[in-house]
Design a binder for this molecule. Structure first.
Ligand SMILES: Cc1cc2nc3c(=O)[nH]c(=O)nc-3n(C[C@H](O)[C@H](O)[C@H](O)COP(=O)(O)O)c2cc1C
Length: 221
């Protein structure tokens, strides 16, 4: 698959079939993703693959914490406030996603069901967690972001759908219980991988982008 096609076709998939991804396909994706650039070729990432029983234990643990209304304490703190323009965008994405799913604004039960599903990785058979040593900073986090997008694009080119999911990282103690993540490492982010369940209502949704001339300033003369 041409890389332009992979970028155009990738989207956050929010409903997966239970079908397993062959280990050979996962290896192909992850080993190729190691060619992601990083500052000074530091390759700061640690990659943890959770599938089978491990993924199920993580999803069960995360959902239990969410349903128990336990405080979320991700290793990588989520900003509490965003600039107005960004707030508008993330609120729009939620509104449009629930709209595409046919979930009304005041339907608290359906919304909660969606969030529980999200904390379960939308049924994906595999979660890839990316961590770094706690002493590393912004540059290494940026490198992890590049790695995650490389994983998503390579997955796409193998017919594997993806969703980068902060939700999978919001109760790190659950993740640590099932993956060999050292205490002095931070969980940066996770991506769910699997085969798209085309009939899942959430997969009707496709996000939008600001017009190109809003974000790209050309100074080339
Ligand atoms: C760092 C990061 C964390 C994300 N966490 C979540 C999440 O917890 N739940 C979710 O439904 N989507 C999550 N997403 C997906 C974004 O909502 C999605 O990328 C964005 O709306 C653009 O849509 P697209 O990926 O379909 O192009 C996350 C994406 C990124 C990059």
């Amino acid at each position: 698959m041409d890389v332009f096609d992979a970028v155009g076709m990738r989207k956050s998939t929010r409903g997966f079939k239970p079908d397993q991804i062959p280990v050979s396909v996962l290896k192909d994706i992850l080993e190729t993703a190691l060619w992601t650039p990083s500052w000074g070729n530091t390759q700061p990432w640690e990659i943890y693959v959770a599938g089978g029983k491990t993924a199920d234990q993580i999803r069960t643990g995360l959902a239990a914490k969410l349903l128990g209304d336990e405080p979320k304490c991700p290793d990588l703190k989520m900003p509490e406030t965003w600039p107005e323009e960004h707030t508008r965008r993330y609120m729009n994405v939620a509104k449009d996603l629930f709209g595409a799913m046919g979930v009304a604004r005041d339907d608290a039960d359906q919304r909660q069901a969606h969030y529980v599903n999200m904390f379960q990785g939308f049924g994906a058979p595999v979660f890839i967690y990316v961590g770094i040593h706690q002493d590393l900073g912004h540059y290494s986090i940026m490198d992890c972001g590049a790695l995650l997008q490389t994983i998503c694009l390579l997955a796409q080119s193998r017919g594997v759908s993806s969703c980068i999911l902060a939700a999978l990282c919001r109760y790190p103690e659950v993740v640590r219980a099932f993956l060999p993540i050292p205490e002095d490492h931070r969980i940066v982010m996770a991506v769910a991988l699997g085969y798209e369940a085309a009939e899942a209502p959430a997969n009707r949704f496709r996000s939008s982008r600001e017009p190109a001339d809003k974000g790209i300033r050309w100074s080339i003369d």
